[in-house]
Write a protein that binds this ligand. Structure first.
Ligand SMILES: [Zn+2]
Ligand SMILES: [Zn+2]
Length: 187
C-alpha cells in the first residue's frame, strides 16, 4: 500500500521530510484530520501555528496532547519575531505568567518569556543537611524535582545565566520545581 493513499500518512511524511509547502497544500484540501492517530501532536501543532491555521491549532490544543512550550518555546518566539499577533495573543491568554506580551493595534511592541520555577509548598525534611553539589561549602537549601541538592546562592546564580529552559546543573534534566529542605526536629 502506498502512503499517498492516506492523506494523513502523506501529510506526516511531508512534514517529517520538511516539505512544508506541499504539506500546506495538502492541508488546504481539508482531507487531513488533526485527530488522526498518525500525527505527532507536537509536530502537527507546530505546523498549524506556523502556517496560520490558528483555529485548528486551538482545536488540537484542547486534546491536551500538545506542549505549547515545546522546543524551548519556539512557537511563541516565532510568533513574536514575525509579528504573528493573533498567535502571540493566544499564547499570552493561555499562560499570561509565562508569555508576556505588549502590543499596540496590530503590532507587537515587546514580549518576554518567564520561565519561573514553581516552589513546591511541600518541604523535604532531613535528619542532616548535605553540602551543596556546586560549591561544597554551604549546606543545601533546595531539593530539585530531579532530587539534586543546592544552596540558594548557587542555584539562583545558575538560573540567572542559563537559557530559557532551566536545567539542573548536575543532571541536565529540566527544572520545574524546588522543594525547601529543612532539618526535622527530633524529639
Ligand atoms: Zn552552593
Ligand atoms: Zn538534577
Amino acid at each position: 500500500m502506498s502512503i499517498s493513499n492516506d492523506p494523513n500518512k502523506l501529510f506526516n511524511f511531508l512534514c517529517k521530510q520538511g516539505f512544508f509547502e506541499d504539506a500546506q497544500k495538502l492541508y488546504n484540501t481539508r482531507k487531513v484530520n488533526i485527530y488522526n492517530e498518525h500525527h505527532d501532536p507536537n509536530r502537527l501543532f507546530n505546523f498549524l501555528c506556523k502556517k496560520g491555521f490558528l483555529e485548528d491549532a486551538q482545536e488540537l490544543y484542547k486534546t491536551k496532547k500538545v506542549n505549547i512550550s515545546n522546543n524551548e518555546h519556539e512557537i511563541y518566539l516565532y510568533a513574536c519575531m514575525n509579528n504573528k499577533i493573533h498567535l502571540a495573543k493566544w499564547f499570552n491568554q493561555i499562560s499570561p505568567n509565562i508569555y508576556e506580551l505588549d502590543y499596540d493595534d496590530e503590532q507587537i511592541i515587546s514580549y518576554r518569556i518567564n520561565h519561573y520555577i514553581y516552589l513546591n509548598p511541600y518541604t523535604k525534611y532531613k535528619n542532616v543537611k548535605e553540602l551543596c553539589s556546586i560549591c561544597y561549602e554551604n549546606y543545601e537549601d533546595i531539593n530539585t524535582n530531579c532530587d539534586h541538592i543546592f544552596c540558594k546562592d548557587c542555584i539562583y546564580k545558575h538560573l540567572e545565566v542559563s537559557s530559557i529552559v532551566k536545567k539542573c546543573p548536575y543532571c541536565r534534566q529540566e527544572l520545574t520545581c524546588f522543594y525547601d529542605v529543612k532539618i526535622s526536629k527530633k524529639k
